[in-house]
Design a protein around this ligand. Structure first.
Ligand SMILES: Cc1ncc(COP(=O)(O)O)c(C=O)c1O
Length: 409
C-alpha cells in the first residue's frame, strides 16, 4: 500500500500550490452576504444570450452534431481560424493559419508558453505586480522572476533595460521572455503608452529576448484612443519577437474556455505539439460559438454595449472611492481607461492579506495584492473588480471597505 504519495510527486509538482486566488475565492463561496470585488468576472448583463442560443442551434443542426460530438482538429477549427485571422486585421495584424493556435482559454495559452520556454531555474522578466494566473502557469516549470515596478504609463522599460544590461555585463543567462499585459493590465488597470510599446520592442531586439503579450482586455477601452498591440508594431518593423495570447473570456464569455495564441510558425507548431499532450482538441462546439461570435453576432455593437456598460460602472466606482477615501485616509488607487480592475494602495502599515480576513467580517472581499508578484511581494495593495457586482453593490462594497480600513488601528 502506498502511504506517501508526496515523495512520488515530480520535482515540478511537489511544492506547486496552484492558484492562490482560487483559494481566496473558495472562502467566499456559500456566503452570499459578502460583496465580492475579488473575482475577475465579466458581467452576465452583457452576455449575448439569445445570440448564443441561435448559434447553438446552428452548431448542432442536422448532421453537424456528429462533428461536435466527435474528436476534432487539434490546432483548431477552420471556421474559427478564419474568423480570428479576420478579427486580428482590426489591429493591423496579418497572420495565416500556421501562425495561430486555438487554445482552451487564456490560461491554457499561458501554460503552453511556460511549458515551451521554461526550464527550472530559467528567468522571466515581468512587471511588479502582474497577472497572478501567469505566475501560476509559469510556476509549474519552476522559473525565477525578475520584476520591475510598473509605472503609471506601463512597464518600466528603462528598469527592464538596466536589469538586462547588468545580466549581460556579468555574462549571465538572459530571461527566456518578457511577459506583459499592455492593455488595462490585470491587476492594476494600467495601460502601456505608445512610446513604451516601441521602447519595449527596442529592448527585445537589443537583447534578443522575446515578448509575450497577453491581451484579454484590449477591446474593453472606455476612454482614450485604441492603441496598437506590440505584436502589430513588431510586424510593422518586420520583426518576429512577439507572441500574442488572446482569450474570448472577457470580450465574450469565460464559460466557453476558448482563446488563441499567435506567433512565428515554429513557435505555434511546438505549442500545438504540447497541446497534443495536454488537452488534445478544444471542444468543437465552443469553437463554433466563438466563430459565430466573431462573424455573426455584431462585434462592434457588442463592444459598444460592453464599453457603455462598464464605463458607467467604472465612473460610479471611482466617484464612490473618492467619496469614501478622502486624501487623509492615505488610500490611493489607479484610474484605468478600460478593463475590469483597479489597484488600491493602502498605508504601508496595513498588510492586505490580514485585512482580507478583517474585511470578510465587514462582508466585503478583494484580492490581496501579494498574489500578483513573481518575487518579493508588496503587502499593502489590493485588486478590486468593478465589472461584476451591481451598481448598488459596488457603492455598498466601497462603503464597507472604507469602514473596515478606518477601523484598523
Ligand atoms: C491578463 C490575463 N491573462 C489571461 C487570463 C486568463 O483568461 P481565461 O479566463 O481565458 O483563462 C486572464 C483572466 O483573468 C487575464 O486577466
Amino acid at each position: 500500500m502506498i502511504k506517501n504519495w508526496k515523495e512520488r510527486f515530480s520535482e515540478n509538482a511537489v511544492n506547486y500550490e496552484g492558484y492562490p486566488i482560487g483559494k481566496t475565492l473558495k472562502l467566499l463561496a456559500g456566503n452570499p452576504d459578502i460583496i465580492s470585488l475579488a473575482g475577475g468576472l465579466p458581467s452576465p448583463d452583457v452576455f449575448q444570450k439569445s445570440e448564443v442560443r441561435i448559434a447553438t442551434e446552428k452548431s448542432l443542426a442536422g448532421s453537424s452534431i456528429d462533428k461536435v460530438m466527435q474528436y476534432s482538429s487539434i490546432p483548431g477549427e477552420k471556421s474559427l481560424f478564419d474568423a480570428v485571422i479576420q478579427y486580428l486585421k482590426r489591429d493591423k495584424i496579418k497572420v495565416s493559419e500556421e501562425n495561430v493556435l486555438i487554445t482552451t482559454s487564456g490560461q491554457h495559452g499561458l501554460d503552453l508558453a511556460g511549458r515551451l520556454f521554461l526550464n527550472p531555474g530559467d528567468t522571466v522578466m515581468l512587471d511588479r505586480p502582474t497577472f497572478a494566473g501567469a505566475i501560476v502557469a509559469f510556476d509549474l516549470n519552476r522559473p525565477k522572476y525578475i520584476g520591475v515596478d510598473i509605472e503609471p504609463d506601463g512597464s518600466n522599460v528603462k528598469g527592464f533595460r538596466k536589469k538586462l544590461e547588468a545580466i549581460k555585463k556579468k555574462g549571465g543567462k538572459m530571461p527566456k521572455f518578457i511577459y506583459v499585459v499592455p492593455d488595462f493590465q490585470n491587476p492594476t488597470g494600467i495601460s502601456m503608452s505608445m512610446k513604451k510599446r516601441e521602447e519595449l520592442l527596442d529592448l527585445s531586439y537589443d537583447y534578443d529576448v522575446p515578448i509575450i503579450e497577453d491581451s484579454p482586455y484590449k477591446d474593453l477601452r472606455y476612454y482614450g484612443k485604441m492603441m496598437p498591440s506590440i505584436f502589430s508594431l513588431d510586424q510593422k518593423r518586420k520583426g518576429t519577437n512577439v507572441i500574442g495570447l488572446y482569450t474570448f473570456s472577457k470580450i465574450f464569455c469565460p464559460g466557453m474556455r476558448v482563446g488563441f495564441n499567435i506567433g512565428p510558425a515554429e513557435v505555434i507548431k511546438k505549442m500545438c505539439n504540447i497541446k497534443e499532450g495536454n488537452v488534445l482538441n478544444t471542444p468543437k462546439y465552443n469553437q463554433d460559438i466563438c466563430a459565430s461570435y466573431l462573424t455573426e453576432m455584431d462585434l462592434d455593437k457588442h463592444f459598444d454595449d460592453c464599453r457603455n456598460y462598464y464605463r458607467e460602472k467604472l465612473n460610479l466606482f471611482l466617484k464612490t472611492m473618492e467619496k469614501y477615501f478622502p486624501p487623509e485616509s492615505g488610500v490611493t488607487w489607479t484610474k484605468p481607461e478600460g478593463g475590469l480592475f483597479l489597484w488600491v494602495t493602502v498605508p504601508e502599515k496595513i498588510d492586505t492579506e490580514k485585512l482580507f480576513y478583517e474585511a470578510l467580517k465587514y462582508k466585503v472581499a478583494f484580492v490581496p495584492g501579494w498574489q500578483f508578484y513573481g518575487e518579493k511581494p508588496s503587502k499593502n495593495h489590493m485588486r478590486l473588480n468593478f465589472s461584476f457586482s451591481s451598481k448598488d453593490q459596488l457603492v455598498e462594497a466601497v462603503k464597507r471597505l472604507a469602514k473596515c480600513i478606518k477601523d484598523q488601528k
